[in-house]
Structures are given as structure tokens and as C-alpha cells.
Design a protein around this ligand. Sequence first.
Ligand code: ADP
Length: 334
Amino acid sequence: MVSIQTSGPEGSLIVQIARSLAAYEHESAELLLTFLLTAPLTLLVATFGGYFLAGRMLKPLQTLTLAANEITAERLSQRVPVNNPDDELGALAQTLNRMIERLERSFVEMQRFTADAAHELRTPLAVMRSEAEIALRAPRAGDDYARVLENMLEETNRLSNMADQLLFLSRQDAGLLADGRTEVRFDELLAKVVSDMQLVAQEKKVLLTLEQNEPSRILGDVGQLRRVLYNLLDNAIKYTASAGKVSVSSLTQNEFVNIVVRDTGIGIPAEQLPRIFDRFYRVDPARSGDASGAGLGLAICLAIVRGCGGTISVESSPGAGTCVSVRLPLVSAN
Ligand code: ADP
């Protein structure tokens, strides 16, 4: 509706326009009704849809959790499924599998170590037991008892040596070895060990010589370094026949001291070389007769040398001899 009026002294014009709001109000009411009817439905669909989608997305994670839960110490050979190696969950599953693989390797290694240790401890105990049983079966002469006691003493020494080596390795694995590292005059230590081992070499009629010994200082535990040198010289003498030679040299080069222990002994077959640093590994226990150790000596040497930041390697030709090289970092240029 439109109305036009003229009024006032100047005859001003007033225009009034009016329109009915009924249609607008009707539409608003309809809109409100539609909204009230559809909103709960939309909310319901969104809730269930979201729940369903989240469930579908989390399903692989749930499968992964279930699979991981089933892996115990007895089932370390199992792996979690990798459905899609390219997405984030696939990457997580692959990481888990790599971790389980590392755990499995350490576990197998630990089981082997325990079994080997039990086996090695059983042998001297069985020898001592049968010696004692045989000696007690009938009265013996004094000499026979002395021989039995001598054999038992030998086995006891072997046992206590092994227990000592096992204790060292387990402490080292657990990081429980006291850090007794000091600055060591390595040349002096080497000269002392070579001189101490002369008696062992002479008994075996092996010529032991210290050919070069340059002054060197290294950071290490003097007891442990002595142990490395004794082990290496002991092996060199033990596996060299009488009239053979063992020579030792220690030379500094750049930031390192290189110690070489060379013998003219029986050597080590090439296929066995990679394993000689393994715990309880012996090339052939019969080769060294009753002087054979438990196969822990080189494993201990490796652990000590690595602890000092050094390296150890072996070259050998069966029948011609063996050469063990140890490289240790110097404290500073000497
Ligand atoms: P063990 O105390 O039984 O000698 P090691 O760990 O010291 O054990 O050595 C492991 C094996 O390596 C030994 O069984 C031995 O056969 C071999 N081996 C080590 N050093 C020598 C060497 N200088 N010459 C020949 N064989 C060696």
C-alpha cells in the first residue's frame, strides 16, 4: 500500500509505503520448522558417521595393539602385521618389528650364553666328582691321593678362572664395572707384562721378544689393559709349538698406538676367524690340550679394547702363525 499526502505551510510532500509481513513470517516459520526437524537427524547422522569412520580408521591400530600384546619372551619370533608399509601406521609397525628383531637377537644370545656357561661349568665339576668317586672306591697309596688332589686343584683353578671371567663379562654388560680409567704409561706396562710372561714362554721353549716399544700414554684401566696383554701373549704362547717364536711390538702413529702380537704357531682356519671373539668359542679345544681356556679370553679383550675406544683384529695362516693387532687412542701426542 502507498499513500501520498501534501501538508504544512510550504506544502511539503509525505510518501508512506506499507507492505504486509505475513508472507515473510510464514516463510520464517517454515524455515524454523525445517531446521527443528532436520537438526537432530543431521546430528545423529554426524555422530554415528563420525563414530563409524573413527572406528574404521582406528581398526588397524587396534590390530597392531592386539598383535603387539601377543608377543612375549616365548614368542619373540612373531611380528606385527604391516598392511600398508607407506603410511604412518605401516612405518610404526615396521619400527616395532625391527625392535622385536633386536630383542629376539639379544634374547637368543643370552640363552646361548647361559647354556654355554652351564655346560662349561659342568665339565670340571664332573671331572672332580669322578676323580673323588674313583679315589674313594678302595684304599689308595699316598701318591695316588696326591695325584687326585692335584687334578682336583687344576679343575678348581679352571672353575675359578671361568667364574672370574664370567663375572667380568656380566658386570661389563650391565655397565657395572668401576670406571678406573687413568692415564697409563702403556710402554711401561707392556714391558712389564712381556717380562712376566718370559717364564711361561721359557717353560714352553718359545722365544718371546719385545721388538719395538715406543713411549705411549693412553687413557684406560691399568688392570684391564694388563688383562688384554696377558690374554694375547698367553694365547700366542699356548698355540705355538716349542722352538717357535712370539714377537711383540708397539708403535705410535698419528693419534694411536698399534700393538702387534705375532706368533709362529698353529694358526686359525680362515672360516673360524670371524667367530673367535664370540663368547665360549674355541677353534678346537683339543688343539691346546688341557691348557685350553673356556673361549672367553678374546671376548674379554674385545670388550676392554672397545671400552677404551680402540679396535682389535686378527690375521692368521694355519700352520704359519697368527698376528693380533690392537689399536688404542693415545692421550696426546708423545
Ligand atoms: P681360550 O681362552 O680358550 O684360548 P680365547 O677366546 O682366548 O679362548 O680364544 C678363542 C680361540 O681362538 C681359541 O680356542 C683358539 O683356538 C683361537 N686362538 C686365539 N689366539 C690364537 C693364536 N694366537 N693362535 C692360534 N689360535 C688362537
